[in-house]
Write a protein of this length. Structure first.
Length: 218
């Protein structure tokens, strides 16, 4: 998913109240980011203090579906996270405490906000342990393509096949599958298991298997 800009989302939101809500939410997120930066500069290396209640933008994050509609909630939430410059701790907390829809938005925001594998991989790995297809699809996006090791990425792809998530959800699929003999073996074993059980082999499996046979030159 490519997150639309504020202007793009404005155009998609047909309701003036929804647009006004989004503007207020993003302004609150931006204000919080600026306040965090100011506090960080003033405290230098001091231990940050915790607040008793979440900042207003986080309440907006949870309410995005009600105000922007479910079709636009992902985009609104990702924009909020980016505007707030949510750090790894915030992303983790919102993911752990959130609904499935809120967790999906956190996963979609990882490429923009989690620069290293330690920041977001635990969340990706958690999503891949579920059978929630929306979470699995979000988990195999650009962040996973960049940071999952080969073993974990192969199992993520098998998870897509197992849960019925289209493999097109996996970012950089062709690049990562190309010439991967171990992935080919795993796909072959999975296909054999399904055939032995009298179950259909997903068409996507054959597509990925074909990719594994390609070389850099082909």
């Amino acid at each position: 998913m490519t997150t639309p800009t504020r202007e793009d989302l404005h155009d998609r939101l047909g309701d003036a109240a929804a647009r006004a809500w989004l503007d207020t939410a993003l302004a609150e997120a931006q204000a919080e980011a600026q306040a965090d930066a100011a506090r960080s500069g003033a405290m230098d290396n001091a231990t940050p203090t915790t607040t008793a209640s979440p900042p207003p933008w986080e309440l907006r994050f949870a309410a995005a579906g009600r105000h922007c509609g479910q079709d636009h909630a992902d985009a609104a939430r990702v924009l909020l996270l980016r505007e707030a410059r949510a750090d790894a701790g915030t992303l983790t907390r919102l993911y752990r405490q959130g609904t499935a829809a809120e967790r999906r938005a956190v996963l979609l925001a990882l490429p923009y906000l989690a620069p290293g594998p330690a920041d977001g991989l635990p969340l990706v790995e958690d999503a891949l342990r579920t059978n929630d297809t929306r979470l699995v699809a979000a988990a195999v996006g650009p962040y996973a393509a960049e940071h999952l090791d080969p073993h974990s990425w192969r199992h993520a792809l098998l998870k897509c096949l197992f849960t019925g998530v289209p493999v097109d959800a996996a970012a950089r699929l062709e690049h990562r599958a190309r010439g991967d003999a171990e992935l080919a073996r795993m796909l072959g074993d999975y296909a054999a298991e399904r055939t032995a059980a009298g179950r259909a082999v997903p068409a996507d499996l054959h597509r990925v298997l074909a990719l594994t046979s390609r070389t850099e030159e082909s």
